[in-house]
Design a protein around this ligand. Structure first.
Ligand SMILES: CC(C)(COP(=O)(O)OP(=O)(O)OC[C@H]1O[C@@H](n2cnc3c(N)ncnc32)[C@H](O)[C@@H]1OP(=O)(O)O)[C@@H](O)C(=O)NCCC(=O)NCCS
Length: 374
């Protein structure tokens, strides 16, 4: 057994997966073999969610059945609605999202059944209900009436409807759908590995996703999309962007939305999201954030050779769509539930307890003194 420490599991391959493949050398990300860029242009989020969960793209009949299953499971219990309504208004929505999935686990009759069939049923329920509860908190904390889901709307349309009471133009809905497709899955990232680690003790999917949400919240992972917006708000205007970013680099600050553990020459999801960010900016007749975006990006690449990751364009895109900044990462959650669930199911079908070793560097062996002797 080697004593070499690979801090952060850097470069370590810990298991096999059939769900997605990240190929940084050729700047490619595939879900079940399909390039994510291709999926964004040709599919809806529901089709991609089906693909991630089931291994193949649906035909018309399968898609219609899948959409129906989501639609009939969208309503949340009165109990959960009341819990959400009474959450502290200042609570971070990611902590609320984490609690929502935990409560869904308390309410689900199959929580402890880890069979493939039960796991898929539970996945559908978590996937369908979590956005409803998150949207309920979006409104409840502002003292607004909670809007229940509406039949006949797509996943993205319904989320807008539950948050704002109306569905925006097709362009905006498409950009949101694309962001969800790009956020759906990304191999063994921190939150997915957390979900797999929890699952490896033969724990259940609600627990695994609750833990994954806690992991996603961190600014080095999903929380970065929120931090990007804070940064852009601090920069304020395109005229101040050059000075701001040069200053940050001089002070050796970590610039949010840049860098990646796996992609060192650019995140394969960025060109697609950037295209839709520009579309949303045009549709909203607001160029300020695109200008700041371009200046900061160019300086980061020129000076540091560090490229943006997907959270860099999604942050300002969600802002332009009207979402509160602290809801950006919960939006990531409603999409990544698909990837996490697929990994939980994969882990359950070929499980091995995840239990690494550590090198001890603490005190030498010593005797316990009685309290009166210390
Ligand atoms: C994502 C991230 C944690 C990857 O970390 P990592 O693989 O462990 O790489 P490191 O943090 O060791 O970075 C390597 C070098 O690049 C620098 N670097 C990486 N990302 C940077 C960033 N966003 N801003 C400034 N410098 C950065 C580091 O300071 C380090 O420099 P050094 O070698 O001089 O110390 C890191 O890039 C980061 O903190 N990014 C900002 C948060 C973010 O956007 N997260 C979302 C990821 S999808």
């Amino acid at each position: 057994m080697s004593d070499e420490i690979k801090k952060g599991l850097l470069g370590i391959v810990v298991d096999e997966t059939t769900i997605s493949q990240v190929m940084p050398d050729i700047n490619s990300l595939t879900y079940r073999g399909y390039a994510v860029q291709d999926l964004c242009e040709k599919c809806t989020f529901e089709e991609v969610a089906f693909l991630v969960l089931n291994g193949d793209l649906p035909n018309k009949k399968e898609l219609s059945k899948f959409k129906k299953e989501i639609e009939v499971n969208r309503n949340i219990s009165i109990n959960l609605r009341e819990i959400v309504k009474h959450m502290p208004k200042k609570a971070h929505p990611m902590d609320v999202a984490r609690t929502i999935v935990s409560v869904l686990g308390l309410e689900d009759k199959q929580t402890t059944d880890n069979s493939p069939k039960a796991n898929m049923k539970k996945t559908i329920r978590i996937f369908a209900k979590t956005p409803t509860a998150i949207a309920a908190f979006f409104r409840a904390r502002k003292g607004k009436k909670i809007i229940p889901p509406k039949k006949g709307l797509s996943f993205s349309e319904n989320f807008f409807y539950m948050c704002f009471g109306k569905v925006p133009s097709k362009d905006i809905v498409k950009a949101f759908d694309v962001s969800l497709i790009l956020y759906a899955e990304h191999s063994f990232n921190v939150s997915t590995f957390t979900a797999r680690t929890i699952t490896s003790s033969l724990s259940d999917i609600h627990g695994a996703i609750t833990g994954a949400i806690a992991s996603l919240k961190g600014p080095l992972h999903g929380g970065a999309n929120e931090e990007v917006m804070h940064m852009m708000n601090k920069i304020k205007t395109p005229e101040k962007a050059h000075k701001w970013i040069n200053n940050a680099l001089d002070k050796k600050e970590v610039v949010m939305g840049f860098g990646h553990r796996v992609y060192k020459r650019g995140d394969s999801r960025v060109p697609t999201m950037e295209k839709y960010f520009r579309k949303v900016s045009n549709a909203k007749h607001d160029k300020k954030f695109v200008k700041i975006y371009d200046i900061v990006k160019n300086v980061m690449i020129e000076k540091k050779n560090i490229h943006p990751n997907v959270d860099y364009p999604t942050g300002p895109t969600y802002h332009l769509m009207g979402f509160d900044t602290d809801f950006f990462t919960p939006i990531f959650v409603i999409s990544r539930i698909t990837g996490w669930s697929a990994h939980v199911m994969e882990q359950h079908t070929a499980n091995k307890l995840i239990r690494p070793l550590s090198k001890y560097t603490g005190s030498d062996h010593r005797k316990v003194l009685l309290l009166s002797q210390r």
